[in-house]
Design a protein around this ligand. Structure first.
Ligand code: GDP
Length: 200
């Protein structure tokens, strides 16, 4: 897929106020600082469509971007941000889960995982919750330019092996870097294929 246009449409905290048209929607989520904004900017070819962590006052909103006048890319709030209060973290999870459980047009959720780290409890628990609720998702390893080719292969392989101890099969897995742009074509092609399917 070639991305010809990407524009911000709306931000909100309430799933009932998200755009009402039935378009395919692909949401991106992960722990704060995982590289989500950088990945969204890399995929859309725009420098600052999504606000990076360094942006002061970065909001905790569900952000809708319309891509190619065809599908929505949704930037969900990052979870597990240690500097927020327990109440604040709970509120973010409530917004996220409300969106995921109630958004019929969400075709796939891309769960971003920093490719350098071992599986973290918070991500594993979140994946278990996705599985329990039959939410279609894919794993996107980020920041792989920070590892050598061998180390990246080893780290992501070990991560997947650990997941297979919990599950019978893996979801689709993408290996990316916003710096060297690896994984971009694979991710966009995957979205392109899913966009061809009718929305129920
Ligand atoms: P977010 O909080 O998940 O939206 O994360 P950001 O996109 O703001 O990225 C957090 C930090 O990681 C920033 O300092 C980015 O420059 C850095 N970063 C994000 N993606 C990559 C990547 O693919 N490679 C490298 N080397 N750094 C990255």
């Amino acid at each position: 897929m070639i991305v010809n246009s990407a524009r911000f449409v709306i931000s909100n905290t309430d799933v009932s106020k998200c755009p009402s048209e039935m378009r395919h929607e692909f949401a991106f989520i992960g722990r704060s600082n995982v590289g989500k904004s950088s990945l969204i900017n890399m995929l859309t070819g725009q420098k600052s469509l999504a606000q990076t962590s360094s942006t002061p006052g970065k909001t905790l909103l569900i952000n809708h971007f319309l891509i190619n006048d065809q599908w929505y890319l949704v930037d969900l709030p990052g979870y597990g941000y240690a500097q927020r209060s327990k109440e604040g973290r709970k509120e973010i999870l409530r917004i996220i889960k409300d969106y995921i459980l109630n958004r019929a047009q969400m075709t796939t959720l891309f769960l971003l995982i920093d490719g350098r780290h071992k599986p973290q409890k918070i991500d594993l628990e979140f994946m278990d919750w996705l599985g329990e609720n039959s939410i279609p998702f894919a794993i996107v390893f980020t920041k792989l330019d920070k590892l050598s080719a061998n180390a990246a292969k080893h780290a992501t392989g070990a991560y997947c092996a650990e997941l297979l101890e919990r599950w019978e099969e893996l979801p689709p897995v993408f290996r990316t870097s916003s710096v060297d742009r690896r994984g971009r074509a694979e991710l966009l092609d995957y979205i392109d294929e899913l966009c061809k399917l009718p929305l129920e």
